[in-house]
Design a protein around this ligand. Sequence first.
Ligand code: ZN
Length: 572
Amino acid sequence: MDNRRLLAGIALALLLGAAGAIGRAQQPLDVARDRPVADVVFTNGKIITVDEKFTIAQALAIRGNRIVAVGTNQQIAQLAGAATRRIDLHGRAVVPGLIDNHMHLLRAGTTWAREVRLDGVESRRQALDLVATRAKASPAGEWVYNIGGWSVDQFADSRNKFTREELDRLAPNNPVALQESYYRTYLNTRGLEAFGIRDGASDPADFPKGSIVRDGSGRATGIVEGGMGAVRAIAGKMPRVADQDLEASTLSMIKDMNRSGLTAFGVAGCDQALLPMYRKWEAQHQLNVRIFCIDGVGAGTPEQVERALPRIANIKLFQGSDFVDSVLYGESVYGPLHDPMFDSTSDPKPEQLTQWRRLATEVAKNRLPLHVHAELTHTIDAFLDQIESINKVYPIKNLRWMLAHFNQSNAAQLERMKRLGMYAAVHPWNVINGGIMHEIFGDDAYEQPPLATIQASGIMWGFGSDGSAANQYMPFITLNYAVTGKMTSGLKVMRQTIGREDALIAFTRRNAFFVFQEDNLGAIQPGKLADLVVLDRDYLTIPADQIKDIKPVLTMVDGRIVYDVSSANGTR
Ligand SMILES: [Zn+2]
């Protein structure tokens, strides 16, 4: 345990010299000779710095894009000049900008504005209202849809499945497809027709056998389920936003991320075709999230492995900036050993592991960091077997190799990982999938992931969502789950709860390390970039069941206010 909360107001020295350690730091300030004038000061707050001592302070000062001082009101007041913007926090809590270490962010931007997103919606009634509102606003025949990020078990009023009939009533003129995580899709009559699914007729060939749920008379219920194949048969046909709307869709997504307190991401699957748009915004000082890509070379057969090896040797990471960069190899190493979501068990074959090992050896040999999807317990064990033997030839310590998702892990695996110097990127799918995972794994689902065991092991670990399809993206909903074990509906789905401080560290300082930004991000400290979030209530003291209700009132990225509730056109 390195985090010990200190009492409010304990003075932090103005550690301005720390800036010397920072890559792209501005000119260090010299208080003694030339009193610096801050551009912005925040005072009268409860600054939850998440530094190594978990210090709480009253005030902070920012110059340019960096935090220059953290301390008492009195200390910080000395840094304010006539031109300084002064923000009185009125006692509000401030936390570092939250970092999600694994989100499929770029992909999400290509559909975001078209989707009826249900992330964080706690009422089934409200979810249906959102569908109805979108249908009314859409031209007849246009899809009303979403691609995951929710399940009916998140609703506090009723967890009943959606029916074909009620979706018909809400959207009589539009096809509807609501994708529940990666598990199930709800279609209305027009949606069924669009896929050629007819009552009393045989199923279209592109759906896995039995995935179209029918009643006793052969009438389709509107429910399609039965693994990823069934879900993807529908999701793959949902319209992306038009090219001319891509920027607006992506910007609306980024706004939603800032509204939820997120300021940086480990991004799984960075689409190279989309990155120039983000780089353009960066050049214009208008990019409001930081993107650290997890990129790999796809391979699913021995022949593809042969072609992938020289490409791995040529990978150059860390060529970007503190806004857009590629920092990790992943998230898939060898396709056949990428556990599909909601499979109950895995059986990695020796010939598959041979291929996995060839690829991972090349990653180690080229000293690349690794962030690899490892979900089911047999897969985790098999990967660790391979890594232990690779490690004898090409040591991986300090390369920042991490297993991702990690839901079905255990104490023995954690010990092996610690010996190897590995980390865990934890993406608790239970946050929205708790009900579904209980159907699949029974009571074992309560231990997935074994958060308290992970925390107690002392391994370095961080939180991510694996959004936007497999999970919801809102960090305070994940924090609520980590501390209470509950979904937003109040349904208890996880027994291994952890403390609030440890959970917050996993969403900030740890993830900064996981995306190679520990000198810049993850804590409110002099010298670090000014990414922070002002909260409407105090994360550390409100009743645990209310953590999910915390709403950021102001989000700052790189010293710029990117979200301000007082000027934001609030949606929900
Ligand atoms: Zn994954």
